[in-house]
Write a protein that binds this ligand. Structure first.
Ligand code: OGA
Ligand code: NI
Length: 363
């Protein structure tokens, strides 16, 4: 009996000390300290990379593609629109895409609710170890090592295979698992549909990307609290996505900017659209026929912004190389294992030239 009580006390105090250490670490979350505080020095980007007061056109130049047209006579036209957008911008938005608007809204509500919960409900998920399979963190991948912090909190977890992943997902809000499981299944289906259209456009068989190349699915939810000085900092610094294809639900608040023709352009928030962008692997496999393009996130001083990206990518042991039928003269990249790409990517975040340079073949 005594040992039982002792065990209980011991267990309790171990849990308490885990929670205590989490509380200390969690104080780094932007949302936990930012209210009514000026922007700390550690969040100020150097003049070359800070957004400044530049008014960026939220122009209509990122193409908006109506996917309902892909099922009828206009399929070829839709395929061409996707390919052209992928070549010119690396980005496009899709509407009438088949993911119910109610599901998109409900997911966005759950994501927002998650970040609004009191810290006790989130403490167990906070982790500074990038290997953790579901983790709440802040800033970029490595808070301790980075020179400048980013104005965002982030929750990310894998979604496939669902059965083994879901038990690591947040238990609160209570409907999180149910809603997000349905959401990720539907969004993945949409991703595969877009990849089929891409394959058709490239002249590949329609299931080309359907297996190992799109096996991994990571959901990354960003929360950007209102920021005291958006001209000096960034929510996410410029980067390309390392995966195959990203589907982003950006809700109603803008902030995403894409680098195009030497300038930053804003991606207009369209309520029920997905923003789609080409990842590094799709650029490599297509031998530069599609481009993964640098993008960043600026903050705003009025409202919090929540966005959710579904990163569809290869399994880590996939061998990636330019598809032979897409090589006109010579391939631009050598073959490599995807896990090597990821290692190199995370060591050189923010420098896409360096990341891609390692896998390039000399011309
Ligand atoms: C990302 C990203 C964009 C956004 O997480 O890779 O580019 O609008 N996010 O949050
Ligand atoms: Ni990105």
């Amino acid at each position: 009996m005594i040992s039982l009580i002792f065990n209980q006390i011991f267990k309790l105090s171990a849990t308490t000390s885990i929670i205590n250490s989490h509380i200390q670490e969690m104080e780094k979350l932007v949302s936990s300290w930012c209210k009514n505080k000026p922007l700390p020095e550690s969040y100020i980007f150097p003049p070359e990379t800070r957004p400044g007061n530049l008014v960026v056109p939220t122009c209509n130049s990122i193409p908006v593609i109506d996917l309902s047209k892909a099922e009828g006579q206009n399929r070829t036209h839709t395929v061409q629109q996707i390919l052209k957008a992928g070549q010119e911008y690396g980005f496009f938005q899709v509407v009438n895409h088949g993911v119910p608007e109610s599901l998109m809204n409900e997911s966005m509500d759950v994501f927002k609710e998650f970040f609004e919960m009191p810290w006790e409900d989130k403490a167990m998920l906070y982790s500074e170890d990038p290997k953790n399979s579901c983790r709440l963190s802040t800033s970029s991948v490595n808070y301790a090592r980075e020179k400048i912090h980013h104005w965002r909190d982030n929750l990310r977890h894998p979604c496939h295979p669902l059965q083994s992943c879901i038990k690591h997902w947040p238990q609160k809000p209570t409907r999180y698992r149910e809603v997000v499981a349905t959401y990720t299944i539907e969004a993945k289906k949409l991703g595969l549909r877009i990849l089929e259209l891409v394959s058709e456009g490239l002249g590949l068989e329609s299931r080309y990307f359907g297996d190992k190349l799109s096996e991994s699915e990571i959901l990354s939810i960003n929360h950007y609290p209102p920021c005291p000085d958006p001209s000096l900092t960034l929510g996410v610094a410029k980067h390309c996505d390392p995966n195959l294809l990203t589907l982003l639900h950006q809700g109603d608040v803008g902030g995403l900017q894409v680098f195009n023709n030497g300038e930053w352009i804003g991606v207009e928030p369209l309520h029920d659209a997905f923003v789609v962008n080409i990842g590094n692997q799709l650029q490599i496999i297509s031998n530069n026929k599609l481009k993964s393009v640098e993008h960043r996130v600026v903050t705003n001083s009025r409202v919090a912004r929540t966005s959710a990206g579904l990163f569809i990518g290869p399994s880590e042991d996939s061998i990636i190389e330019p598809e032979k039928s897409l090589v006109d003269d010579s391939p631009f990249y050598r073959a490599f294992e995807f896990k090597d790409f990821l290692l190199h990517y995370f060591a050189n975040l923010e420098d896409n030239e360096v990341v891609m340079g390692r896998f390039k073949l000399q011309a």
